[in-house]
Design a protein around this ligand. Structure first.
Ligand code: NOJ
Length: 487
């Protein structure tokens, strides 16, 4: 793709040469006098990557023995998806993966986070694995490695086998937790010779409340809070059991962690007292998942607040849930809450958002780059984590192709530049962030919004499946090439 439109061409198109912005990528410095401006650089071994997930990009839902997932069922049911679309074809990544690996290469990214579709591997969720179930991932991984891109595989990105939903109620049952561990062990035994890093579960903080409480994600249930809390507990248990299965079946050096949309708390004003209150808030507002998997206990505050709706659990389960991991993946988009200190228990106040708080084209995606500083910093401090990956960050935009066919997504560039600036600040302050996965490599099926919300740095024409780099792809390529923001 980049071969067709080089950076120089693009710069020419945009008339940037005159502004001095057309310099070739590289470890260059600005023309400013030495000492007047230091580009915000990242550590030498910082890992730059991009991310997608199976149901959002693969398509090929009936191929090679794949069973149905809850998202097939949910997307095909009337009224669930804004533009009445589904993931039947999506980006056709299943067939176009070689070209797509080329797109990652063209960005200069060195890692690709993708997810494995459980119903491809175990069409019924459990039992006999589909002999062809991992063949696609074999091919994808080989292509990545051949291209010098490290695979980061997520085991669960929401496409639960429909059979498990029907038989045991999905995450309402700990049978699903055990089935997940069996699936994880099988995958690691097969792919662990080439995949070194696995994420267990993606965004428990979304798919449980949205899928089981609010009914707006698959499987579309509106259940009482007690059942939502129990489902979350089973996901935590699934994570812990999967970590154990990965240790049992993986090679030495296999690494594993969760990828979670942490409820990110930001001090409204950076005073000592507010920062401390934000620490408390971060722990308490993540008590149902991150805190329990990283400490092995539900906080008193969580149990008190949940009261009769608290999950049922055993001490043995808590031990499993907190099986040590190797890194923490944080998906960071919008700020969860702005916090101030309070004299009253629990020691913090959550401030209301003003109605005019700015957001990107997804109205939930409020713009707060400082989230990228505080979330990893506080997570590292609270849970004593020594390796964090930003497992997702990016934005939707109302992208349009201009008359010349290009997509000038200046709003995405603005968003990325500012979030990356805060990430650099965190790392400079000693927060152990080791890598960053931009969501997303290309436009794809954005769940209940269908194809209407575009998150890619590559534009996808869903009629022809052609991919075109947006301005943000050039921006990201430049950041990676310089390993810095700024020149
Ligand atoms: C997080 C989810 O993991 C991903 O699937 C989704 O597309 C992005 N957020 C953007 O909403």
């Amino acid at each position: 793709m980049f071969k067709k439109i080089s950076r120089r061409d693009l710069a020419g198109l945009l008339g940037l040469s005159a502004l001095g912005l057309a310099a070739p990528a590289g470890a260059q410095r600005s023309a400013a006098k030495p000492g007047t401006y230091v580009p915000a650089s990242f550590p030498k071994d910082f890992l730059w990557g991009t991310a997608t997930s199976s149901y959002q990009v693969e398509g090929a839902v009936d191929e090679d023995g794949r069973g149905p997932s809850i998202w097939d069922t949910f997307a095909h049911a009337e009224g669930n998806i804004e533009d009445r679309s589904n993931g039947d074809i999506a980006c056709d990544h299943y067939h176009r993966y070689k070209d797509d690996v080329g797109l990652i290469r063209d960005l200069g990214a060195k890692a690709y986070r993708f997810s494995i579709a459980w119903p491809r591997v175990f069409p019924d969720g459990i039992g006999t694995p589909n002999p062809k179930g991992l063949d696609f991932y074999d091919r994808l991984i080989d292509e990545l490695l051949k291209t010098g891109i490290e695979p980061y595989a997520t085991l669960y990105h929401w496409d639960l086998p429909q059979a498990l939903q029907e038989r045991v109620g999905g995450w309402l049952s700990s049978e699903t937790s055990r089935a997940f561990a069996d699936y994880a062990g099988h995958v690691v035994a097969r792919l662990g010779d080439r995949v070194r890093s696995f994420f267990t579960v993606n965004e428990c903080g979304r798919f449980v409340p949205f899928g089981y409480g609010l009914g707006i994600d698959a499987p579309g249930l509106k259940l009482p809070q007690a059942e939502v809390n129990q489902a979350r507990h089973h996901v935590a248990l699934a994570h812990g059991l999967a970590v154990q299965a990965i240790r049992a079946h993986g090679r030495a050096g296999t690494r594993v962690g969760v990828a979670e949309n942490i409820t990110s708390c930001v001090p409204a004003i950076d005073t000592e007292a507010n920062i401390e209150a934000t620490r408390v808030a971060t722990r308490e507002l993540n008590a149902g998942f991150l805190n329990v998997i990283l400490t092995g206990a539900y906080t008193e505050g969580f149990l008190r607040y949940a009261g009769a709706t608290a999950p049922k659990f055993t001490a043995e389960e808590l031990k499993i849930i907190a099986t040590p991991t190797d890194f923490l993946g944080l998906n960071i988009y919008a700020p969860g809450h702005y916090i101030t200190a309070s004299d009253r228990p629990p020691g913090f106040d959550v401030l209301p958002f003003p109605s005019a708080f700015p957001h990107m084209s997804s109205d939930w995606l409020r713009i707060a780059p400082e989230t990228m500083y505080w979330a990893p910093r506080l997570a590292a401090e609270i849970w004593n984590v020594d390796a964090i990956y930003i497992s997702e960050n990016g934005t939707s935009s109302i992208d349009r192709r201009a008359g010349d066919g290009q997509v000038y997504d200046l709003d995405r560039v603005m968003f990325l530049r500012n979030y990356l600036g805060q990430l650099q600040r965190a790392i400079a302050d000693g927060v152990p962030v080791k890598g960053y996965f931009l969501w997303s490599l290309m436009d794809n099926f954005e769940w209940i919004y269908g194809y209407g919300k575009r998150f890619g740095v590559y534009w996808v024409d869903f009629e022809t499946q052609a991919r075109t780099p947006k301005l943000s792809a050039f921006f990201y390529r430049d950041v990676i090439a310089r390993n810095a923001i700024g020149a």
